[in-house]
Design a binder for this molecule. Structure first.
Ligand SMILES: [Zn+2]
Length: 140
């Protein structure tokens, strides 16, 4: 009887350990994807060459994390194929938010109305005059 109980508990422990390991793996991959996304956003912004240390600072990643991604970029893009689109939409969102902010301050009343109604506003929604404010800010 005792023997049986003991055996059962070992089996249970093994399965708990197994589940914990799986969970850890999922968490680590999630973190990896998140970090890769940070890298991809900066890459798509294209302010700096990715070998420039200023690019790394923009990503907020450590040197070790950054160099890993730099070295394994092709692998990572295959592993997380959605990251490219995620970075793209994140950048578009940031850009729209920035356009709205600038137009709210400097824009004409017509464009102010446009940006207050449209969530995914781009420079093409604006009049020529207001477009210039955006170009001046160099957010494109
Ligand atoms: Zn305007």
């Amino acid at each position: 009887m005792r023997m049986c109980l003991k055996q059962k508990s070992i089996v249970q422990q093994d399965s708990i350990l197994q589940k914990t390991r799986e969970l850890q793996k999922i968490l680590e991959e999630g973190k990896q994807e998140e970090k890769f996304l940070q890298y991809e956003i900066v890459r798509q912004q294209g302010y700096y060459n990715m070998l420039d240390d200023r690019a790394r600072i923009l990503t907020g990643l450590t040197e070790k994390e950054y160099n890993y991604i730099l070295k394994h970029y092709t692998e990572l893009i295959l592993k997380f194929p959605k990251v490219k689109d995620k970075a793209k939409s994140k950048l578009q969102y940031l850009k729209s938010a920035q356009i709205s902010k600038i137009i709210a301050i400097k824009g004409c009343s017509n464009c102010i109305e446009i940006v207050s109604k449209k969530l995914d506003v781009t420079e093409n929604d604006l009049c020529e005059n207001c477009k210039k404010f955006i170009t001046d800010q160099q957010i494109m």
